[in-house]
Design a binder for this molecule. Structure first.
Ligand code: 48F
Length: 257
């Protein structure tokens, strides 16, 4: 069979442009493709919501690939195990209440199920700002991660959604942008980002689900960013809280659309 490089190029440009154009307006836009963002994308797509996720890096998966200290196994508690089972991610009980799964199977399955359920993922794009209308955030301002990394002066572009999800992990970048630009008006006890506390797995796992909620009109927080924004300990390589948080944010938002 004859192959023409120009047709290959056209195929990529045309399909990508159509895909991006289709998601200029969505029900939900998620910043960050770690376990929390991927899980949220999956449950929102399953609930028939139009959902798009933007990930800065080449690959989604965030901090899940590396398990604990690059030992690529992850641990979840009994509640987290239910979500692993829903996704079909194999896991074994190590000791009562501690379930272990392979980090690579976990990431690849979360990503595959989210995409096949209908979530659209754009990698290599970074959220650098938010769009605002009156007292509500209404969209993400995006740029290519390569532009950001090279520190080039190139203006970004905007997408719009009914709800935004901050799932950027420990740095809670979207919340920081909102705080910096809009002052201390977040729905936290201080009005600003409360901050992440030192390691305490048991308390952190509980807190992350409680802290998964709207932190500014139009913007919800999920995953490790929830404990950073509302205050709560980190929990290290135990990932059930991330999955439960992703599911909870999807349920909260789905009810409002
Ligand atoms: O860090 P990450 O995995 O966050 P998570 O889903 O899970 C946290 C755990 O991995 C781990 C933990 C477990 O106890 O504490 O840390 O809450 O995934 C966040 C993703 O967001 C991307 C980043 O590259 C990563 O893949 N990200 C961060 N900032 C931006 C972003 C941004 N401004 N725009 C787009 N993507």
């Amino acid at each position: 069979m004859k192959l023409d490089e120009i047709i290959i190029t056209e195929a990529i440009i045309e399909t990508f442009t159509k895909k991006f154009r289709d998601y200029l307006s969505s029900d939900v836009a998620i910043a960050g493709g770690g376990p929390a963002g991927l899980c949220a994308a999956y449950y929102l797509a399953k609930a028939k919501k139009k959902v798009v996720l933007f990930e800065r890096k080449l690959s989604v998966g965030g901090g899940m690939w590396g398990g604990g200290m690059m030992f690529n196994s992850i641990v979840v508690c009994s509640e987290g195990k239910k979500i692993l089972d829903e996704f079909g991610i194999r896991n074994k009980e190590y000791k009562k209440g501690y379930y272990v799964a392979d980090a690579i199977e976990a990431v690849t399955t979360l990503a595959s199920k989210a995409v096949k359920a209908g979530a659209q993922v754009f990698n290599l794009m970074s959220v650098e700002d938010v769009e605002m209308r009156k007292d509500r955030v209404t969209g993400f301002v995006l740029n290519w991660s390569s532009v950001e990394l090279a520190n080039l002066h190139v203006d970004p572009m905007t997408i719009r959604a009914k709800f935004l999800v901050e799932a950027t992990g420990h740095p809670c970048e979207v919340a920081k942008i909102i705080q910096r630009k809009l002052g201390t008006r977040l729905k936290t006890r201080t009005g600003g980002i409360v901050g992440e506390e030192p390691m305490w797995a048991e308390v952190g796992e509980r807190a992350i689900v409680k802290n998964t909620k709207e932190f500014y009109p139009g913007a919800y927080v999920a995953g490790m960013a929830a404990n950073a924004v509302f205050g709560g300990p980190r929990m290290g390589p135990i990932f059930g809280g991330m999955l439960l948080s992703g599911k909870k944010v999807a349920q909260l938002i789905a009810k409002r659309i």
